[in-house]
Design a protein around this ligand. Structure first.
Ligand code: HEM
Length: 186
């Protein structure tokens, strides 16, 4: 297993720990692990893109885990309202799961190339003879439009919720918090 490694020219340079990769993959430290170099070049996906998108996804996951755990602890202690920096950080952080989803999807889709069905059907053999490229572009653009609209709707609802503030019956645990907290003018 390689820690802090970056793939380049078919090699991964970094801190190498022997046997751990086998242990993680096969629960047996002595079981040989087939590396990418053991596969024919035409069966290897774009490694750098898969690697970086995967790390971006996991990075976002870890960041969110830290942010949410810390925020929950502060909330249970009744202190979250007093930490303006945390509240300011939480607002733009809603974009992180959206990005994580995209990066995760890129990881899955790029990483499974060149196969549509692993070992059976290559992406290049899956091209339709009847569906023209213009039709594919049209449906792609339409899907993108729908997703942009959904995203705008999401941002609009979120913005409205934030502007409205906490529900009327919400009572912060900390008595030092001003009662007007729910009426923030943005
Ligand atoms: C916390 C660490 C995380 C780990 C260890 C992890 C691990 C994985 C793995 C192993 C895959 C499958 C890749 C493949 O197809 O072989 C994957 C896919 C994916 N991940 Fe993550 N992930 C993490 C965080 C996240 C986060 C935070 C999000 C989004 C908020 C996310 C969204 C996705 C999506 C959308 C896919 C694609 C699923 C599909 O195509 O069916 N992941 N992830």
């Amino acid at each position: 297993m390689t820690l802090l490694g970056i793939p380049s020219n078919g090699q991964t340079n970094g801190i190498t720990i022997p046997n751990v990769g086998s242990l993680l993959l096969a629960f047996d430290p002595n079981r040989p692990v087939k590396g990418l170099n053991d596969f024919p070049a035409e069966n290897i996906p774009p490694v750098a893109a898969t690697f970086h998108f995967f790390h971006l996804m996991v990075g976002i996951g870890v960041l969110l885990l830290i942010l949410v755990s810390y925020s929950l602890i502060q909330m249970w202690r009744g202190k979250i309202e007093n930490q303006a920096w945390l509240l300011k950080l939480l607002v733009p952080s809603v974009i992180l799961p959206e990005l994580g989803n995209q990066f995760g999807w890129f990881t899955a889709e790029i990483g499974r190339q060149p196969w549509i069905v692993y070992g059976l059907l290559r992406t290049s053999d899956g091209l339709s003879k009847v569906v023209k490229s213009e039709m594919v572009v049209t449906s792609l653009v339409l899907f993108m439009l729908i997703y942009v609209l959904l995203f705008l709707l999401f941002m609009y609802s979120l913005d409205r919720k934030i502007r409205r503030g906490p529900d009327a019956d919400y009572a912060p645990v900390d008595p030092g918090v001003p009662a007007t907290l729910g009426e923030v003018n943005v």
